[in-house]
Design a protein around this ligand. Structure first.
Ligand code: DNO
Length: 393
């Protein structure tokens, strides 16, 4: 596996020099300054690539080219945005950056309700609690029709939670949920998120899936032609929120997409933590089923609590058997070597990390502080070395 590290560009408090010291060779990044729908020009791509290479690293994966809402809505405004997405992909592939991650979540990207959840050992972790989320949706955002999306006991618990929150806690919850976590393509305020959600009225899961397939029917052949691979990141969390459909949450969801568009250029970002946040997702089985399409891996772990809330655990603790998962990835690499595939090495990154030591109190991107990821990468590297050496015995 190629060890990579997500970097948010020259303003990221974690620098390329830090990434080298952590032992990663590859950088995962995007031109985050671009607005969704804008074509990334060759000169801008070349400049960012040169910056990364000057630090002794390579730009291995693009995460992400944003998918404009018009594409997800699949309406008659979609085509120019699909064309622009493909042009950006071609420009990247021409610069030899050919692994491209994206997601298809409407309105909000990855979502948490708490960015400073104390861990067993005194660090701070990210957590999602469906009751806190419902408290925001029902009683702060007051989204029209929201009650229909929650069970009675969740509404009652959310009401109690809301009643116990002071104004600061309410504001913190709101910005945690809608202001956009690092890498999110859009950031919202209360009014505009209501409007953005309302645009999806009536689309439903079938409509969103049709938009995804229509998008890939154009993207996959274009990717094949320019030597790129696109890899679809799962929904995080992997279930509908804000009453919006989410169609990349389960093995069946991915299966439907690959049945419709079988090209191997149409692949997966295997995000162990996102998929593992749902008890009925068997992450190892998903990795095995779609192994030839695994173009990129996000390795992190979650513990699901009895209420359905989940928190981001240590990389080797939690519901995902990380040793088993790394073994699947290494076996797939061996299979590709035997088959003579060009993409024999799968890029992986330690996804997120706890806030630890000196990073507590520093300005950091939630989930993307240096020390927690350094620890995660070191642990994962140890697993990979041990699995390879035991397999060779
Ligand atoms: C969170 C990330 C997401 C992910 C995008 C992929 O940490 O995994 O921001 O990158 O959803 O497009």
């Amino acid at each position: 596996m190629l060890e990579t590290w997500r970097w948010f560009g020259p303003d990221d408090p974690v620098t390329c020099s830090d990434i080298r010291q952590a032992g990663a060779d590859g950088v995962v990044t995007a031109l985050h300054e671009m607005v969704p729908g804008e074509v990334w020009q060759p000169a801008d791509i070349a400049a960012r690539k040169a910056f990364i290479e000057a630090a002794g690293l390579e730009w291995s994966v693009v995460e992400s080219i944003p998918v404009h809402p018009a594409i997800k809505l699949g309406d008659d405004r979609a085509q120019p945005y699909i064309d622009a997405w493909i042009e950006t992909m071609r420009n990247l592939a021409a610069a030899d950056i050919s692994t491209i991650c994206y997601n298809f979540m409407p309105v909000v990207d990855w979502t948490r309700t708490d960015l400073r959840h104390p861990t067993r050992r005194g660090g701070l972790a990210l957590r999602f609690d469906p009751v806190e989320f419902a408290a925001y949706d029902l009683f702060i955002l007051q989204r029209a029709g929201a009650e229909a999306d929650y069970a009675g006991d969740v509404i009652a618990a959310a009401e109690a939670h809301f009643a116990a929150m002071d104004e600061d806690a309410g504001q913190r919850l709101e910005s945690t949920i809608i202001a956009g976590l690092p890498g999110s393509e859009l950031s919202h305020g209360r009014e505009d998120i209501r409007a953005a959600i309302a645009e999806y009225d009536g689309l439903g899961a079938a409509g969103l899936r049709a938009s995804l397939i229509a998008f890939l029917e154009q993207v996959a052949p274009a990717a094949e032609a320019c030597g790129a691979r696109v890899c679809l990141h799962p929904d995080d969390p992997p279930f509908p929120i804000f009453g919006l459909p989410r169609v990349v949450s389960t093995a069946a969801d991915y299966g439907a997409v690959f049945d419709a568009v079988p090209s191997l250029a149409n692949g997966i970002t295997l995000c162990a933590g996102s998929m593992g946040s749902r008890p009925d997702n068997d992450v190892i089985a998903i990795a095995e089923t779609f192994a030839p399409r695994l173009h990129f891996a996000h390795l992190r772990n979650v513990t699901i609590e009895p209420t359905g809330a989940f928190f981001e655990d240590d990389h080797l603790e939690g519901g995902v058997d990380m040793v088993g998962l790394v073994s699947v990835l290494l076996k797939e690499e061996a299979r590709r070597r035997a088959e003579g595939r060009m993409d024999q090495v799968i890029p992986m990154r330690p996804d997120h990390g706890h806030l630890l030591l000196d990073d507590i109190g520093k300005q950091t991107n939630p989930g993307y502080s240096a020390i927690g990821r350094l620890k995660g990468l070191a642990e994962l590297r140890g697993v990979a070395r041990a699995v390879s050496s035991l397999a060779a015995i």
